[in-house]
Design a protein around this ligand. Structure first.
Ligand code: SAH
Ligand code: SF4
Ligand code: F3S
Length: 447
């Protein structure tokens, strides 16, 4: 008797780290159901897209992908849309792309095994769409992490902030935290598997509330930092409204907590922050920055900015530029405002022309480039510990990451026993806006 052909799937992921990590869990779940992951659409019987809806371009990407591969439906392939576009558009996706047979938002992934069976049985339109009020989290023992040294742990899902431009509260539901016990159990399990770096994830990690009432977010950070053989703990994303001084104190007191805070500001103008419903002023944001800067450790600071939000004047934009000058960020992710369905700001006229948004974006990025260069030059001659990520064979350089989350490319003599995942000391010899260059210090044995 011949065996049934193995079920295969292809998964492409768009969007943020939450989506990247969800995909690791989805892959684990599918593998546990007897599926095998394949690297191309052509080889797959099931094609899945884990989608992002944060800006219009991100959303359009998935519809382009679906259109590109529509003809493959004739070969019996099944298509599924997961993630934020799935939750946002729901059943409308079937109208726009009739070859899709699965539409599933992130809060319903726990039901994927049953949904897969329905699809295998020939169901044409299977949906998993929770409403915002859902309490469900996607906790699974099957997580196919893609990196063997550093990995994500979700600590809080959803968002209750409702910034006026943002789809996330609609696509990911209300805030729900995992217990600190279950987070710590996962951290210990990862440590046992050889992981040395953990990144705690949530749309707003600072509003973490342990359902069992045991630990605040800062206490959870410290506890994860104490897990044996965990050398680095990162967390993202912070929100200025909920960011507490205790987080900075935790970083100061625990060597395992990395010297980096990502604190999205969105705008340097209090008037714009009000319109964006960010719930803080420029002064309040600056207070958080002053806590971070007064730490004993040299903590790098990165941010997100939106340019061209409705009503943003040249004077508002100038205030964002002046904030960059004052904070001296180590990195900025900047975006042109994109009107999004369901969001409060959709009612405001998106009157700033795209060319003007692009101009502001370029001015901002140019300004930030020189700030970053001067920030990075301060590291020259410093000795930094890096976690080795890989090697650029063409340049014969190792690629490392510092605790401050900067890329440090370095040379080492061929005798040095270096491999991805090792921690090695490197002397910084040169600086660019987006990376540092250095050389290995002393003899190193593999860790
Ligand atoms: N939870 C995080 C990040 C959310 S999404 C936070 O609160 O900061 C990541 C970034 O995308 C945001 O920080 C914001 O800068 C950007 N973004 C979100 N919605 C957007 C929109 N409608 N147009 C342009 N950029 C947007
Ligand atoms: Fe979106 Fe604001 Fe929530 Fe961040 S805090 S996910 S920007 S609504
Ligand atoms: Fe995108 Fe959803 Fe993340 S909209 S940024 S994938 S939470």
């Amino acid at each position: 008797m011949s065996e049934a052909p193995q079920k295969t799937f292809y998964l492409e992921t768009f969007g943020c780290q939450m989506n990247a990590h969800d995909s690791e869990k989805v892959v684990g779940t599918l593998v546990s159901q007897g599926y095998r992951q394949v690297p191309t659409v052509e080889e797959a019987s099931l094609v899945l897209y884990n989608t992002c809806s944060i800006r219009d371009k991100a959303e359009q990407k998935v519809f382009h992908r679906l259109a590109d591969y529509k003809k493959l439906e004739a070969q019996g392939k099944k298509f599924g849309v997961l993630g934020c576009v799935a939750q946002q558009e729901g059943n409308k996706i079937f109208e726009r792309a009739p070859h899709v047979s699965l539409v599933c938002g992130s809060a319903s992934y726990r039901n994927l095994p049953q949904m897969l069976i329905q699809i295998e049985d020939g169901a044409r339109r299977v949906t998993g769409l929770d409403d915002r009020a859902t309490d469900e989290c996607f906790e699974t023992e099957f997580t196919a992490r893609t990196n063997p040294h550093r990995g994500y742990i979700t600590i809080i899902e959803g968002c209750d902030k409702f910034c006026s431009y943002c789809v996330v509260p609609f696509t990911r539901g209300k805030e729900r935290s995992r217990t600190s016990l279950s987070v710590l159990a996962e951290a210990r399990q990862m440590a046992d598997l050889g992981y040395s770096e953990i990144q705690l994830l949530g749309q707003n990690v600072n509003s973490y509330r342990d359902p069992a009432g045991r630990k605040s977010f800062a206490e959870l950070l410290l506890a994860v930092g104490e897990v044996q053989s965990i050398k680095r703990v990162r967390f993202t994303t912070s929100h200025p409204r909920d960011f507490g001084r205790d987080i900075v104190e935790a970083i100061d007191s625990s060597p395992a907590l990395c010297d980096h805070v990502h604190l999205p500001v969105q705008s340097g103008s209090t008037r714009m922050l009000l319109a964006m419903q960010r719930l803080y002023t420029r002064d309040k944001y600056q207070e958080c920055i002053s806590w971070i800067k007064s730490a004993r450790r040299d903590i790098s600071i990165t941010t997100d900015v939106i340019v061209g939000f409705p009503g943003e004047t040249e004077a508002d934009f100038e205030q964002t530029l002046s904030l960059l000058d004052e904070v001296h960020y180590d990195g900025v992710f900047a975006f042109k405002y994109s009107p999004r369905p369901n969001t409060p700001a959709i009612g405001l006229e998106d009157a700033i022309p795209d060319a003007e948004k692009s101009r502001r974006l370029n001015v901002l990025l140019e300004r930030q480039r020189s700030i970053q260069k001067s920030r990075n030059q301060k590291h020259i001659e410093e000795h930094c510990e890096v976690m080795v990520e890989g090697k650029n064979e063409v340049r014969n350089q190792w690629i490392g990451r510092t605790s401050q989350n900067k890329t440090l490319n370095f040379t080492a003599d061929s005798e040095a026993r270096i491999q991805p995942g090792s921690y090695v000391p490197v002397r910084v010899t040169a600086a660019f806006p987006n990376s540092l260059v250095g050389e290995l210090v002393g003899a190193v044995s593999a860790s």
